[in-house]
Design a protein around this ligand. Structure first.
Ligand code: ADP
Length: 255
């Protein structure tokens, strides 16, 4: 089940685009409740790795297990229903919807719209609506977004938009959260807030994997770091171990 074994297990994963090998025999394991950093120079395969894990790309070879099962060939919507959520490097919020509506669209309907509730319509419909609004309120409050509930995302500062994206990912109550460069475009104060948000998400038992270029954030936040270069894992370990690896220093100087 999802409560036993690693949160994510990637085994001999290769992803090719024609003649280009974007990921070359990548093996890595993320344990439950960990905050894992994925770093590496541009073009090293980080986003491709996320795209394979989240079902947007099929592996050319190798396996991916996560959210309690083999997910090598799972579709993105299946992974979302199974408890995986992700954010994107470029924000993908619904611009025609308010912040509240952005949260409402991803709230878990599976536990609400039962036959029994609709059998006593309209009571069921109303109580369901009430429950969804209350849940949206809870999420907005948790992420400090209550004041922005009725605004449209693009009218808000970029740092707030990034926070909305994390709140929306968390609204579906995932067990595994993938963050693609969550600190990109944030100022120092916002990076500090992001760090607290990610820690509190982990404290709720959610496993977090993040791609990040802000090395200060990665070093202070992640328990373990995986370093990719040219599609291969060149180092993995604690922040101190990784920082002391000659291959890592070389890969970064060569970027
Ligand atoms: P990173 O996120 O570390 O910057 P990427 O995963 O975006 O690296 O890219 C790794 C390599 O794969 C790059 O050479 C990139 O051009 C290539 N690549 C990524 N996605 C595709 C795609 N859909 N089609 C062709 N090549 C791709």
């Amino acid at each position: 089940g999802a409560d036993s074994g690693p949160a994510l297990e990637i085994s001999h994963l290769t992803k090719r685009f024609g003649a280009l090998t974007a990921l070359d025999d990548v093996t890595l394991t993320v344990r439950q409740g960990e905050i894992r950093g994925i770093v590496g120079p541009n073009g090293s395969g980080k986003t491709t790795l996320f795209n394979v894990i989240s079902g947007l790309y099929r592996p050319s070879a190798g396996q991916v297990s996560g959210v309690g099962r083999d997910i090598s060939r799972a579709r993105p919507y299946q992974l979302s229903l199974a408890g995986m959520a992700r954010t994107f490097q470029n924000l993908r919020l619904f611009s025609q919807m308010t912040v509240r509506e952005n949260i409402l669209v991803v709230l878990d309907r599976s536990r609400t719209s039962t036959v029994w509730q609709y059998a006593v319509w309209p009571v069921g419909v109303l109580s369901n609506e009430h429950r969804l609004q209350a849940e949206a309120d809870r999420v907005l409050k948790e992420y400090g977004l209550t004041a922005f509930a009725d605004a449209h995302p693009q009218s808000l500062p970029y740092g707030i938009q990034r926070r909305i994206e994390i709140a929306r990912a968390m609204a579906g109550r995932p067990s595994l959260l993938l963050l693609d460069e969550p600190a990109a475009g944030l100022n120092g104060e916002e990076v500090g807030q992001l760090s607290s948000i990610v820690r509190s998400i982990r404290d709720q038992g959610v496993t977090v994997v993040l791609i990040e270029h802000n090395m200060g954030l990665v070093m202070s936040l992640c328990e373990r770091i995986t370093v990719l270069a040219a599609g291969s894992v060149i180092a993995e370990g604690s922040p101190a171990e990784v920082a002391a690896t000659p291959e890592v220093i070389e890969a970064y100087l060569g970027d």
